[in-house]
Design a protein around this ligand. Sequence first.
Ligand SMILES: [Zn+2]
Length: 111
Amino acid sequence: MPKDIAKEREDEWFVRHEREFLEKIRQQRQKRLQEELQKAKQEELERLRQLHWMKCPKCGHDMEAVVLEGIEVDRCMFCEGIYFDRGELEKLLLQKQKRRGFFRRLMGLES
Ligand SMILES: [Zn+2]
């Protein structure tokens, strides 16, 4: 193989490997940035959770868990607003409906 062709192939090899190496470094940096961003998001969510946990959404005071019609709801200790978790209101309404049905049957309004 002529010397200049050998040299050219050697250069090509280096260029290709250097490109692959740089790409690998770029990907690693990208991955690290993604992980740091994810961690920062988690920390922010945790910070917000701690800040707002059991605080009234209207006045910001502490809330307490109270049992209403057998369902635990959160009540503000200051403005007495009542807040339901997902599904709790439906449960309460369903119970009311059942109870109303019971009383209506009791009074002979329904069969
Ligand atoms: Zn309140």
